[in-house]
Design a protein around this ligand. Structure first.
Ligand SMILES: [Fe+2]
Ligand SMILES: [Fe+2]
Length: 166
């Protein structure tokens, strides 16, 4: 397994996209399955935004000040996803807004991941180089062990608040 920070974050994205595809393929009546898939999305997104907000973004912001605007935009995009994830976590799949909210979440997150992968990660890789990305990767591995998996956990709430007032 690679300990390069960007490779690890891209692997997360891949897993998230996989669950999105499963949801889109699930069909209108697969209520139970869609509920399970959204649970999985909530877990993966809670972990991933935590790792980026608490480790990757602050490190990049400190080391590559030129990328500050991108980081600030990413915090805001995560915030939108956090709100939707929080709301979805209180809903059941038979709620009339469940599919619509999930669709908007997926659209937002796909756009954000595309931007990271196509634009931001290449700039970060150029700026930081392999050794620093491995150091940050080690921090990601450590942070993953205690990362929240539900948006209601204190560390997830703190992350959400920090991103708005930082
Ligand atoms: Fe992100
Ligand atoms: Fe990401």
């Amino acid at each position: 397994m690679s300990n390069d920070a960007i490779v690890m974050l891209k692997n997360d994205h891949k897993e998230i996209r996989g669950v999105f595809r499963d949801f889109e393929a699930a069909g209108d009546n697969a209520t139970k399955r869609k509920g399970k898939l959204v649970d999985k999305m909530i877990e993966l997104l809670t972990v991933h935004t935590y790792l980026e907000n608490e480790v990757m973004y602050p490190r990049v912001r400190a080391l590559l000040p030129d990328l500050e605007d991108d980081v600030l935009e990413s915090y805001e995009e995560h915030h939108v996803a956090d709100v939707l994830v929080m709301e979805l976590s209180t809903m059941t799949p038979d709620d009339e807004r469940f599919d619509a909210k999930t669709t908007v979440l997926m659209e937002n997150v796909k756009h954000h991941m595309d931007e990271e992968e196509q634009d931001w990660f290449p700039k970060v890789r150029d700026g930081l180089g392999r050794k620093m990305l491995q150091e940050i990767g080690a921090e990601l591995i450590a942070a993953k062990k205690t990362a929240p998996t539900r948006p209601s956990q204190p560390s997830a709430l703190k992350k959400t608040i920090d991103a708005v007032i930082a």
